[in-house]
Design a protein around this ligand. Structure first.
Ligand SMILES: Cc1cc2nc3c(=O)[nH]c(=O)nc-3n(C[C@H](O)[C@H](O)[C@H](O)COP(=O)(O)O)c2cc1C
Length: 411
């Protein structure tokens, strides 16, 4: 241990005074000890006594300008060979297990590139609490080391596991840890890189209805809920794709890991899609209004001011056809959706050819099918290879199956 350095983080527990003994034992063994005392810890011992024993500055504040200038918190987290947290309170364990960093100690514990050895100490009920045990399991899974707690009579008078391991025992655990490589593998970063059949691919998905305004309070729209498109975006992201979801107005939350762009009208959706390209695949699931009112008044249309006896319509841009027929930068695979109420397959196949997309997912949205707004869907996949009838299944299952098929083409 001679010549090694340890960053000692002292939490706010009744056993904090034992950290002073630990610091002294480490010093006697030739270990340089730098320390952080939490706000809770400084209710039990003072930074002055820690600094006196370690002969090093004791850090307490994340936002201390002088400390940050002298030794930034990131540097502090990395300068030592090992980080030791003793006593590790339920609070500190919980913060680190859940990625919280609201003070110097927890920030350093997350920012460090060195192994962390926790020496927990707390009341037996706290230690055996399912949430504390869950956090400990998580930390162990994440590669943290533990020493103790031991069993015995506690300061609060109760008996059981939760006592801080003896300082001599903690020194032995530190010695053990220091005799091995204490650098955390950089693997964490690469394990966050997307993996899966669509890793490195960009998929554009559209979803939901469009709203075509007539005046500031009225609009033409349709019954699309967006559920199928959102499920597809989520499935593609789950397979590692970078996903841009261009969504008309829905009540759905943005799927995790998906870049969601919210629009109202077909024209806005067209612009958002153009801006999102290039993509490896475009899955156009939105129920885009073919037409919009050919007027849009600034003020609400009033009966008393003449009202309206008819609504003239103007054609909206055809997003699917535009993307499918791009000469430059056409996605390798363009998938359209056809919601039909009669002659589903023949109408959908006509649409596939007219638009120039590779596949059409046809679904029967006639009254009684509950496909519009519901959680299940019955679809038929149409391509140059013919038609494939899929079983009636949840929209999430349709999404996963479709994403797998798309991955086979673009992966
Ligand atoms: C007298 C007293 C003793 C405490 N002892 C412990 C303890 O041994 N272990 C623990 O996890 N929390 C203990 N706590 C609660 C912590 O001090 C509290 O959760 C605090 O927020 C911990 O902050 P820290 O983890 O940032 O140091 C104690 C509180 C008091 C008032």
């Amino acid at each position: 241990m001679q010549g090694k350095s340890v960053l000692l983080i002292i939490g706010g527990g009744i056993a904090a005074f034992k950290a002073l003994l630990l610091a002294r034992l480490l010093g006697q063994a030739g270990v340089k000890v730098t320390s952080i005392l939490t706000r809770g810890g400084s209710e039990f011992i003072t930074p002055l006594s820690v600094a006196g024993l370690t002969k090093q500055k004791c850090y307490t504040d994340l936002f201390d300008l002088t400390d940050e200038a002298e030794m930034g918190h990131i540097e502090l987290s990395r300068a030592a060979d090992l980080v030791v947290c003793a006593p590790a309170t339920a609070d500190l364990l919980g913060k680190v297990a859940n990625g919280l960093a609201d003070d110097l100690a927890s920030t350093v514990l997350l920012a460090t590139d060195k192994k962390v050895l926790f020496a927990p100490a707390m009341n037996v009920r706290m230690w055996t609490h399912p949430s504390v045990q869950r956090n400990v399991r998580q930390l162990k899974e994440d590669g943290a080391l533990f020493v103790g707690p031991t069993e015995g009579e506690m300061a609060c008078g109760e008996f059981g596991p939760g006592r801080l391991s003896d300082p001599e025992n903690i020194v032995r655990a530190i010695n053990d840890a220091l005799s091995r490589d204490t650098t955390l593998p950089v693997a964490a970063a690469s394990s966050l890189a997307p993996s899966g059949a669509m890793a490195g691919k960009h998929v554009l998905v559209t979803a939901g209805p469009t709203k075509e305004p007539l005046d500031p309070v009225r609009y033409i729209a349709n019954r699309s809920s967006g559920k199928q498109g959102y499920a597809i975006a989520e499935a593609c992201a789950g397979m590692g794709a970078r996903v841009t979801l261009v969504s008309g107005p829905t009540h759905l939350p943005s799927p995790v890991g998906v870049d969601t762009i919210r629009v109202e009208t077909a024209r806005q959706m067209m612009t958002a899609c153009e801006e999102a390209l290039p993509a490896d695949a475009a899955i156009m699931c939105a129920a885009v209004s073919d037409y919009r009112p050919d007027i849009e008044t600034e003020h609400k249309i009033k009966k008393e001011r003449g009202g309206l006896t008819a609504i003239g319509l103007a054609e909206n841009p055809d997003i699917l056809r535009t993307v499918a027929q791009l000469e430059l930068g056409r996605p390798k695979l363009v998938v359209g959706f056809a919601a039909e109420t009669d002659d589903v397959v023949s109408h959908a196949e006509v649409k596939r050819r007219r638009k120039g997309c590779d596949w059409i997912v046809a679904n029967d949205v006639s009254p009684g099918t509950e496909a519009m707004g519901g959680d299940n869907n019955s679809v038929i996949l149409l391509s140059d290879d013919g038609e494939e009838v899929w079983d009636h299944m949840p929209k999430a299952a349709v999404a996963r199956r479709l994403a797998e098929r798309v991955a086979e083409v673009i992966g």
